[in-house]
Design a protein around this ligand. Sequence first.
Ligand SMILES: [Zn+2]
Length: 67
Amino acid sequence: MLEADEPERCTICGKALKDSDMVYFDHGDGGYVHSECAGDDRESFVDDEGNPLAEGDPLPKPFPYEA
Ligand SMILES: [Zn+2]
C-alpha cells in the first residue's frame, strides 16, 4: 500500500522529484522523468497521445514539476 506522502519518483533514475525539477511526462509508465534523464534522443519522445514523434515534429518541452 502506498503511503499518502510517498514522493513521485523519476521513472528512469528512481530519485524523488522535487518542486521545480524540470520533467517530462512519461506516457509509457504514467509518471514523470527528469529532463536530464530523458536525454535528447527524439526517438524516446512521444506526442501528447503517446505516439512516436513524426519527422519534423518539435521535441516536447520539459516543464517544472509541482509536488
Ligand atoms: Zn531522473
